[in-house]
Structures are given as structure tokens and as C-alpha cells.
Design a protein around this ligand. Structure first.
Ligand SMILES: Cc1cc2nc3c(=O)[nH]c(=O)nc-3n(C[C@H](O)[C@H](O)[C@H](O)COP(=O)(O)O)c2cc1C
Length: 151
């Protein structure tokens, strides 16, 4: 079977990684947490399919993810590459930006899934956050369908 990896940055509420864990069979993927496994050399060439997953922080994917993509873009051109992002607002707007980001790196065959998610950043904490309960079961089944379509 072709090998698949999920490379992720997710720390605010683990919204992004938990969404993926609920949507896939965990055992079918090798998981890499870029925020934790800083010194791990990811054998990108071993994988046919890679899902990059990140929360949106200050309007972009995590800067460690951005750096990883820049450093590894040449190896990604020929692969099946997908992105999954979660955000506190306007997920489809961020999906467009993320798609452009990948395309500007030369990763043209990119599909992006975006989802609204719980957010307590900054002043939002004072009101108990927004989008409580998201991602929810509906989001999980949309992601499952998205992955079935594109992998
Ligand atoms: C430091 C920080 C900055 C954020 N900036 C944005 C932003 O610019 N736009 C937005 O929609 N959400 C923003 N959020 C909310 C996150 O995108 C949202 O909670 C996301 O689901 C976090 O993913 P995670 O739990 O996987 O880390 C921000 C959250 C944090 C902690």
C-alpha cells in the first residue's frame, strides 16, 4: 500500500489534529507534529500522499509549517498534497490564501479543506471564545468525504 503522512502544527485547542484524527484511520498514516518533533528528519520521499494540517495563526499557517514547506517544496511537486486548516473565522477565505501559498511554491496539485473552529485567542477568551463545539461531527464527515475524493 502507498505510504501516507500527516504533518501538522496544532496547539491552540488541538482543533486541527483532533479533526483529522476523527476523520481518518489513524493507523494508515505516519504522524509528524512539527512543533514537537523539531529534530526529526521526515523521510518525505517515502510518501506518496502528504496532508499538511495547521491552525491559522495571524492569518497564515504556523510559521514553522511555512518554513517547512519552503525548505521541502521541490520534493513535494510530484506528490499528492492536501492541506487541512482550521480558523476562528472566514475559513474559506483562508483556504484561498493557503491554496495560493502552495501554488506559489510550485505545488500546483493542491486541494485545501478548511473548517471553522473553537477560538479563544486574545480578547475572545473574555467572552468564552467563539465557535464552541467546532469542529463537530458534520465537519468530520465533510473532511472524510474530502479525503475520499482526493486521495
Ligand atoms: C496566536 C493565534 C492567532 C490566531 N490568529 C487567527 C487569525 O488570524 N484568524 C483566524 O480566523 N483565527 C485565528 N486564530 C484562531 C485559530 O485559527 C483557531 O482556533 C484554530 O482552530 C487553532 O487551531 P489548533 O487548535 O489546531 O491550534 C488564532 C489563534 C491563535 C492562538
Amino acid at each position: 500500500m502507498s505510504k501516507k503522512a500527516i504533518i501538522y502544527t496544532s496547539y491552540h485547542h488541538n482543533n486541527t489534529v483532533n479533526l483529522l484524527k476523527d476523520a481518518v484511520n489513524e493507523l494508515e498514516y505516519d504522524w509528524y507534529n512539527l512543533l514537537r518533533d523539531k529534530d526529526v528528519k521526515i523521510p518525505i520521499n517515502d510518501y506518496e500522499t502528504i496532508i499538511f494540517a495547521s491552525g491559522i495563526y495571524y492569518s497564515r499557517m504556523h510559521k514553522i509549517m511555512v518554513r517547512f514547506l519552503l525548505e521541502n517544496k521541490d520534493e513535494l511537486e510530484e506528490k499528492k498534497v492536501l492541506a487541512v486548516i482550521t480558523a476562528g473565522k472566514n475559513p474559506s477565505g483562508y483556504a484561498k490564501r493557503v491554496k495560493t501559498h502552495f501554488r506559489n511554491l510550485g505545488i500546483l496539485n493542491i486541494h485545501v479543506f478548511s473548517c471553522l473552529a473553537f477560538d479563544t485567542y486574545g480578547p475572545l477568551k473574555l467572552i468564552g471564545g467563539v465557535n464552541k463545539g467546532r469542529p463537530n461531527k458534520g465537519d468530520v464527515s465533510k473532511l472524510t468525504s474530502f479525503l475520499e475524493e482526493h486521495i
